[in-house]
Write a protein that binds this ligand. Structure first.
Ligand code: HEM
Ligand SMILES: [Cu+2]
Length: 611
């Protein structure tokens, strides 16, 4: 804010002033307004939630592989996660109850999406990297930035606390469909129950995202350094800009819907509750009724589909940066990348009902959504193709960030291509709610997006901490994770095509149709647990390298974008003098230049001006 108005000389003056002013620990690390600290806060919190969401899934995978068997060892410790009362209620004799399975499933989805991947990709890397890449001293609104993190943190804490309320955390899936979600959990306690807490938590998380998104939009539009024209912005910045618009425009309907569902639960309204509702033989005649369950689905998916791009785009942006840096080549077709990502942004608002083919929408409406869904795959394919072609003829450096970025390409490719059949309602109706769908979107979000995020951690870690992470353990982390990811998710396609349903508490054991494919469950679960072990080297590497890692210079990867043209780690205010940009973002191996990278703030030599 203040920094926007400052002229260059005033600003460097402000930097000097800040050095003299000793901030207390609380102001510096907890209530910080520095985008870099906030980025790190988001990053650490999100990584912890990512781990937690994964642990929930590893516990569920026990139940899927060995239905009804008591959980070994962990069973005795579940009270730590659930409280003593809930543990006795939801895990009698150490066996996971159906309610607990549903609860873990719903919280896995919610935590991964809203507390893990999006805060890491959009908020953590966005906060740390975007102002540096556009050459700004900070975000446009530093205090709103702080409020955004704190709203996120409280949203996360509410979600965690909900494990301990009577009956445990929410059980209605990450989609919380009404009418079941509207009446869920109230038997445990009229207010302090999982679903109500979920809604409260979501309201805080959505508020946080909205605060973040206006900040990114203002920063990218207003605070770009001199010379940083639109088509000179690194692709990561473009991806963040489009993501911010998606959040800003798609989340408000869900926030409204969340408050409405909350009112249905606690204030006797019937926004989503129909007249004459009967659930499991129980009549809900006291309801005033007249509400529309379908309205919830529309409001949810109006956010839900753009949200998948909110999950994807930041990771895609990071992969692009890392590929260019390590292939030592300009990105092939940068303008088409930019136009494609903007096109995805627009289109993602008119495809949402492809999640709702089973609701009995008319053929005309479904034809519309099928068409838009197929169209949106075009820009995605353009982006993936540009990235692949960019590798052609490069002298590739196979370091850990590059391995993860390379791993992203085929994994995201499998995820995207397996989505195309789902676009057609005839096939979608058969595959709907099957493990095929779980396999499809996990290929996008787990080996896809999560690989992009890991690539980002390894790539920007030296800038943030001044030290490299260990390469050997990074590679061990990559290869085991790659193999295990496919071990977990590939068999899901086979199971799903054979008709195995998602959200089955026994993993299909009770159904004749799953018999031939049941043996995969154990294989998938073991893959998940080995993958869990493979994260240990990453965690140790992450913390140990902070002190003992190899020292990194200011521009250790010899990269071109502005975040590498400041001291490592960047000082408060980021740049000693305001940078001026002379070139596009990926000028690697420019003919006639002495070195194979030409930073954006390096003036173009006279003889190269017409190249
Ligand atoms: C990498 C490790 C992961 C594993 C092993 C895993 C596994 C699973 C499995 C087996 C299910 C289906 C449960 C069922 O239907 O009964 C599931 C559901 C889900 N997962 Fe994951 N997942 C992982 C990562 C992620 C990530 C990174 C995200 C999001 C960005 C994610 C989002 C979801 C969502 C939204 C659901 C649906 C939850 C619901 O049914 O409401 N998962 N996961
Ligand atoms: Cu969708």
């Amino acid at each position: 804010m203040a920094s926007v108005a400052l002229s260059e000389s005033e600003h460097s003056h402000a930097v000097v002033d800040h050095h003299h002013e000793e901030l207390s620990f609380l102001r510096k690390y907890v209530f910080s307004t520095d985008h870099k600290i906030i980025g790190v806060q988001y990053g650490i919190t999100a990584l912890l939630f990512l781990l937690f969401g994964f642990v929930l899934m590893m516990l569920m995978r026990w139940q899927l592989a060995y239905p009804g068997k008591p959980l070994p060892w962990f069973g005795d410790w579940m009270w730590l996660l659930l409280g003593k009362k809930n543990a006795a209620l939801l895990m009698p004799d150490g066996v996971m109850s159906p309610d607990l399975y549903n609860s873990f499933g719903a919280m896995h989805g919610t935590i991964m999406v809203f507390l893990g991947v999006v805060p890491l990709g959009f908020a953590a890397f966005g906060n740390y990297v975007v102002p540096l890449q556009v050459g700004a001293p900070d975000m446009a609104f530093p205090r709103i930035n702080m409020a955004s993190y704190h709203s996120f943190l409280w949203g996360g804490l509410v979600m965690l606390i909900s494990f301990f309320v009577p009956g445990g955390a929410a059980k209605s899936g990450w989609t919380s469909y009404s009418p079941l979600a509207s009446i869920a959990d109230t038997a445990y306690h009229p207010f302090w129950n999982g679903q109500t807490m979920w809604l409260l938590g979501m309201v805080l998380l959505i508020t946080s995202s909205l605060l973040g998104s206006v900040n990114f939009i203002a920063t990218i539009i207003q605070l770009r350094a001199k010379g940083m024209s639109w088509m000179r912005m690194p692709f990561f910045v473009w991806a963040q800009l489009v993501t911010a618009f998606l959040l800003l425009l798609a989340f408000p309907p869900l926030e409204a819907a969340g408050v409405m569902q909350l009112m249905d639960r606690v204030a006797g309204t019937s926004f989503f509750l129909p007249s004459g509702l009967v659930v499991n033989g129980q009549h809900f005649s006291a309801l005033s009724g007249g509400g529309s369950p379908l309205l919830w689905q529309h409001l949810f998916w109006f956010l839900g589909h753009p949200e998948v791009y909110v999950i994807l785009l930041p990771a895609l942006g990071m992969v692009c940066e890392i590929l260019a840096t390590n292939a030592r080549k300009p990105i092939w077709g940068y303008p088409s990348l930019v136009f494609s990502v903007v096109a995805i942004g627009f289109l993602s608002f008119i495809v949402w009902a492809h999640h709702m083919y089973m609701t009995g929408m008319g053929t005309k409406v479904s034809a519309f959504f099928q068409t838009t869904t197929v169209i949106i795959s075009v820009p995605s394919v353009v982006i993936l193709s540009c990235l692949l072609i960019s590798l052609w003829g490069g002298s590739i450096r196979f370091n850990t960030p590059m391995l993860f970025a390379l791993g992203f390409l085929p994994m995201f490719g499998i995820g995207g291509l397996t989505g195309i059949p789902l676009a057609f309602s005839a096939l979608g109706s058969y595959l709907h709610d099957s493990y095929y769908v779980i396999g499809h979107f996990h290929y996008v979000v787990a080996p896809g997006v999560v690989f992009g995020l890991f690539a980002g951690v390894y790539h920007w870690y030296p800038k943030i901490t001044g030290r490299f992470m260990n390469e050997f353990w990074g590679k061990v982390h990559f290869w085991i994770t790659l193999v295990c990811m496919n071990g977990i998710f590939f068999p899901m396609f086979l199971q799903g095509m054979a008709g195995m349903h998602r959200r089955w508490y026994d993993g299909g054991a009770a159904y004749e149709l799953s018999k031939p494919l049941l043996h995969w469950n154990e294989f998938m679960s073991v893959s998940a647990w080995i993958m869990g072990l493979a994260q240990i080297p990453f965690i140790i590497n992450f913390f140990i390298s902070f002190r003992t890692g190899k020292k990194a210079s200011d521009n250790p990867w010899e990269a071109t974008t502005l975040e590498w043209q400041t001291p490592t780690p960047p000082p408060h205010g980021n740049f000693a003098t305001e940078p001026v940009v002379y070139r596009g973002p990926y000028e690697y191996s420019v003919p006639g230049e002495a070195k194979d990278f030409s930073p954006q703030n390096e003036p173009v030599k006279e003889y190269n001006k017409n190249l």
